[in-house]
Every structure is written in C-alpha cells, then in structure tokens.
Design a protein around this ligand. Sequence first.
Ligand SMILES: CC(C)(COP(=O)(O)OP(=O)(O)OC[C@H]1O[C@@H](n2cnc3c(N)ncnc32)[C@H](O)[C@@H]1OP(=O)(O)O)[C@@H](O)C(=O)NCCC(=O)NCCSC(=O)/C=C/c1ccc(O)cc1
Length: 384
Amino acid sequence: MRKITSLFFALLFQVLVEANGSTRTLVLNRPKQLNALSSAMVTGLLKCFISYEEETTVKLLIVKGKGRAFCAGGDVAEVAQSINNDTWKYGADFFRTEFLLNYIIATYSKPQVSLLTGIVMGGGAGVSIHGRFRVATENTVFAMPETALGLFPDIGASYFLSRLPGFYGEYVGLTGARLDGAEMLACGLATHFVPLNRMSLLEESLKKVDTSDPFAICGIIDQFSQQPSVKGSSAMNRMEIINRCFSKRTVEEIISALEQEAPRVTNKLVTAAIQSLRKASPTSLKISLASIREGRLQTVGECLRREYRMVCHVMRGDFSRDFFEGCRAILVDKDRNPKWMPPTLDQVHDGVVGKYFSKVDDPEWEDLNLPTRSSHERRIVPKL
Ligand SMILES: CC(C)(COP(=O)(O)OP(=O)(O)OC[C@H]1O[C@@H](n2cnc3c(N)ncnc32)[C@H](O)[C@@H]1OP(=O)(O)O)[C@@H](O)C(=O)NCCC(=O)NCCSC(=O)/C=C/c1ccc(O)cc1
C-alpha cells in the first residue's frame, strides 16, 4: 500500500514523499507553478537525498513532478521578490543549496530514476540530468532558457552540456532551443524513452525493486522502453551545421557562421537559432559560452564551484544588471522586451567575461564548499 511519510509530508508539502518497500518517490508538488523550485523545495530535496543515502533500507529514488510539468526551473517569481528587497544574498543562499543538491545527486551512491513528463527546464534539469536514469517520453519538453533571462545555464549545466555530442551543448545552452523526448534520448540527456501510457506501469515496477544494482534497474526500465525516431527537422539531423557553427571561438563568429548557412538551409533551425541569439542578453551569451567551454575539462564539482562564483556576480549585478532587466521584462512588467546593457556583443569585452570567474569581493562571501564524497563523480556518457 502507498504510504505518505508523515514526517516529510508535514515538513515539506511542496515535495511529497511516497514510501514503497525499498523505493522512495519524491514528488515535486507545485503543479500551478509548473513545480518551479522554491527554496523550501531545494532544502527539502537536499534533506531527503542526504537522509536516504544513510538509510540502508532505501535502495532506489524516483523523482517526478505533479501535473503537466516535471519542473520549469528555479522559482523566478521568488527572485523577483528578492530583487524588490534589494538583496543578492537571498539568491546566493538559494543557489548554494541548489548546487549542493545538484552535486549530491551527481555523486549519489544509489540509483535515481527521474520520470521526465512534461516541461524540464533550468533547475528541473539540475535535479534530474545528474542522476543515473532519466526517462523521457513523448510530451517531454527540455530547455535551458537562461540566456533569455539574463542568466546562464547553471545547476552544473556546463558539465553536462559540454559532454553532449559535438557542439550540441553550445547550441542548446546558448539558444535555449527546446528538445523533445526523442532528441533528449538521441543526445544522451535522457537514458531511456518510455511511452506516456506505460509510465505508470514502469513506476509500479520500480516501486517493487529491492536492489540498488543499476543493471537490474536498467533492465526494468528497458522492458518499458522504446527507440523513438527523431523528427526529420530536428537539429540532431543537422549535426554538421551545428558543429560547423557552434564550434566557433566567439558568439559573434557563431552568429556569423549561422548567417552564412541560412541561405543554404531550408530548415527553420538556423533562422530560429539566429533569432534566439539576437534576442538573448549579450553578456549572458558570452559568459555561457565561456562556461560551457571551460566545463569540458572540469569535474562536475569544479563546474558547480565556478558556476557559483558566476551566479553570485550575476545576483550582485557586479558587471551587468541584465538578470534584473530579464526578470522585469518577463516577470514583473511582462513586456517581453528587455533592454540589455551592454546592448551589443562587441561591447561585452573578454576582460569582463573573465571577471565572472573570479572570487566575489565581499568579506562575508565564501566559495561553494562541496563535501568529500565516496562515490566517483559520474560522467554522463553521450550515446552518439
Ligand atoms: C514555457 C513555460 C515553462 C510554460 O509556459 P505555459 O505553458 O504558457 O505556462 P505559464 O507560463 O502560464 O506557466 C504556468 C504558471 O507557472 C508559473 N511558472 C512557470 N515557470 C516558472 C518559474 N520558473 N518560476 C516561477 N513560476 C513559474 C507561471 O508564472 C504561471 O503562473 P501564473 O501566471 O500565476 O499562472 C513558461 O512558464 C516559462 O517559460 N517558464 C519559465 C522557464 C524558465 O525561465 N525557467 C527558469 C530558468 S532560470 C532558473 O532556473 C533560475 C532561477 C532562479 C531562482 C532563484 C534565484 O534566487 C535566482 C534565479
């Protein structure tokens, strides 16, 4: 029988915990907000992950979302609130907890299966992609939309995006392109594709397992999995274009390479990419590219530590206030017409980009301190 663990239920109604034998199912439970991660949720999830690692009777974690989304990212409405209060420390605390959670998930000693139904964006990727099994389906919509908000792909995205085939990670991280379940599987962001009408059967089977053996868990998911075809128009079918353009050294060169491709390609992919890049914050684009490139040679912990420095600079508005402008345009005034500053790519100099990687100049500020973990930092192995 399904049992809701009363302790956690009382503590954290935004994250429900269901206990079935050796399985614990964590349900993101803010369906009206598309399960956007509040600080209570990241704190609650972190507590769950830490305590279930200790409990020998718990062998498998399932993470899923209630309603039509898995999770639409960090709760940007909460941020808009904190901006009004004129304090960057709220954001820094939120990210400290969130990135620690991402790190615990990436180095977790027990298997995690994330059931990626519906929207998976930003912080939603952070609580799933670092885990062992990511099950996509036909209604999954994945995106890292941060450059449109004046932010950059964080939550350890510079680790997993930089490990996608070729320069697909640069494409996904800079343009905020939306991927469907088949594309997620094809690029390695998802490990499995299970049809929506078989998801609940999969979940029931997983709730009966009494093992942490990843091969056994994989065997169960395999029984429900399919190999979907990637749509003809998908960027996955245009990897030669993606690689040619997104391998360029600078954002300006990427845009110029896309513009050269545009007359030759009938597919909307190239024009849509140019449009997204032209609309995004120039500063965000440049720091995102630098972050993904740097991430290629770093461990997940190193990526998160560097991203924490970056995000604190963003929250403090040290070199640009684009994030506040993005929140204003998208959340507060909802005019969807942000005025980025600096407004053009050529005005965002390499020296400033480099400063996002430096320590924050504040006596109270500390680098992200991640615990020593016994399990190795797992690598996401792209399937192509
Ligand atoms: C494409 C979406 C996912 C779905 O569109 P839709 O189907 O037309 O649905 P709605 O847009 O009507 O969303 C339903 C409700 O969910 C809310 N919502 C939908 N995503 C969200 C959301 N990330 N937050 C907070 N309410 C939301 C949305 O505001 C709305 O609330 P309401 O108007 O009151 O009905 C759309 O909602 C959307 O673009 N959401 C934002 C995605 C996004 O940019 N994600 C965040 C990336 S950045 C990030 O993760 C960092 C956050 C951060 C966190 C803490 C900090 O201190 C600093 C930063």
